[in-house]
Design a protein around this ligand. Structure first.
Ligand SMILES: Cc1cc2nc3c(=O)[nH]c(=O)nc-3n(C[C@H](O)[C@H](O)[C@H](O)COP(=O)(O)OP(=O)(O)OC[C@H]3O[C@@H](n4cnc5c(N)ncnc54)[C@H](O)[C@@H]3O)c2cc1C
Length: 385
């Protein structure tokens, strides 16, 4: 049975790894991605704030060496979910089972003025470019803001504001600066009142201004002001925006999406097309767009595929569970454990922040780099064989 996995991000890498671990050379899986390598979302913040360099967080796909897995670097140009075929710039691929794990595309140009007058911190290129901007920042009014919903990793803007406080303090310009955080939600992490309370207390302690229930809809670079959805304006010297997200165009054009994202059965991750699954940020499954959820969904799909290949065996319904790490600044990390889709309102328990959880987060990255790429990684230096 030929399995085609579209996208080698959190979801695609986990799916290919789990199936290879179980089936070895009996697996026939093609993993396609247009990129040369993988970067964890959280590594973008590490590079931005000068804790490491781009080479230290880049995991080249050429290191993927797994029984039964063939990695193809190619851009997917069209997807036919009924025929389970894809056209790429490296040829056509056909599958018996197809898994779409193409993530969310980011579109900074969709926010007027953002490209000309601001910075975005969510793409690899944007975050890496911010490293130099932040290293030389002389101090001033800083805004960290979300420009549209949905957006990946809802805690990331809050983490950015806290890390910005440390960064400006280390540069000796915190007293000459202000930090404002503009978010569409009423509290920083709605499913976890405990985490929200701790974050709001941390913002207050550090003098970070919290602006809930609004977005930045554009910038006026000439006047250096951000234009908010509530009609107000906010002056800035440095603007860091979370850009507009949408499904990759190739997915939107395939007929798989409804209201912009791929609807799936929340328990099985099956799409409306037979033998076509979708996992991660490209779906509207009901969990936040974050790597841990993409990974959990990939694991459930892997078990379904295994049961089918083995003509039996355990399968699992997806439970919407995920553990998110939360940078609090001062080199401390907290952990939020949350379950969506259980029928009850999600409620996330908070642990920390602490030094010990910062080490757990490092281990979280190291474990995945070991499993996905067969390499050793300390979170900062390039991985080694
Ligand atoms: C600043 C920041 C911090 C974050 N921190 C965390 C965190 O601490 N924990 C966490 O769980 N999540 C975090 N995230 C979110 C996390 O990175 C994403 O939610 C996760 O990567 C989604 O996984 P995915 O498999 O759905 O998609 P992705 O990992 O985005 O993978 C999709 C892949 O598809 C490929 N692709 C897209 N279109 C095409 C095409 N046409 N042809 C070929 N290939 C294509 C892309 O190159 C990409 O490799 C963070 C994100 C950001 C921006």
């Amino acid at each position: 049975m030929r399995i085609l996995v579209l996208g080698a991000g959190f979801g695609g890498l986990e799916l290919a790894t789990k199936l290879s671990e179980e089936l070895g050379d009996d697996l026939d899986l093609v993993l396609i991605d247009k990129g040369e390598g993988f970067v964890f979302g959280f590594s973008k913040l590490d590079v931005m704030f000068g804790k490491t360099v781009p080479e230290g967080v880049f995991h080249p796909y050429r290191h993927i060496d797994k029984p039964g897995v063939r990695f193809v670097q190619a851009s997917i140009l069209s997807i036919d979910p009924a025929a389970k075929t894809v056209e790429t710039d490296a040829g056509t691929f056909a599958a018996d089972v197809m898994v779409v794990a193409l993530g969310a595309d980011l579109d900074p140009s969709a926010t007027p003025g953002l490209v000309a007058g601001g910075n975005e911190l969510y793409t690899v290129a944007g975050a890496f470019a911010l490293r130099d901007v932040l290293a030389d920042f002389p101090g001033g009014d800083v805004i960290v803001a979300v420009t549209s919903t949905p957006f990946k990793c809802p805690p990331a803007p809050s983490e950015t504001a806290l890390l910005m406080h440390d960064h400006l303090t280390a540069l000796g310009v915190r007293d000459a600066s202000s930090i404002a955080l503009v978010m569409p939600m009423a509290v920083p992490i709605p499913p976890s009142p405990e985490a929200s309370k701790a974050l709001l207390a941390a913002f207050a302690e550090r003098g970070i201004a919290w602006h809930p229930d609004r977005l930045v809809r554009g910038l006026d670079p000439g006047r250096k002001v951000a234009l908010l959805t509530d009609g107000s304006e906010m002056a800035y010297d440095l603007f860091l925006g979370v850009p507009v997200h949408h499904a990759p165009p190739v997915v939107a054009e395939s007929g798989l999406t409804v209201d912009g994202w791929i609807p799936v059965d929340p328990l099985t991750l099956e799409t409306a097309f037979t033998d076509v699954y979708a996992v991660g940020d490209v779906t509207s499954v009901g969990t936040p767009k974050a790597g841990v959820f993409a990974e959990g969904q990939a694991s459930v799909v892997a078990e379904a595929i295994l049961a089918r290949i083995r003509e039996g065996g355990a399968t699992r319904a997806y439970d919407g569970h995920g553990t998110c790490y939360l940078e609090f600044g001062h080199a401390m990390v907290a952990r939020v454990d949350v379950t969506f889709l259980s029928g009850a309102a999600p409620e996330g328990a908070l642990e920390g922040p602490s030094d010990a959880i910062a080490l757990d987060k490092q281990d979280f990255g190291a474990t995945r780099v070991r499993r996905w790429f067969g390499r050793t990684w300390d979170g900062r230096a390039p991985s080694s064989a």
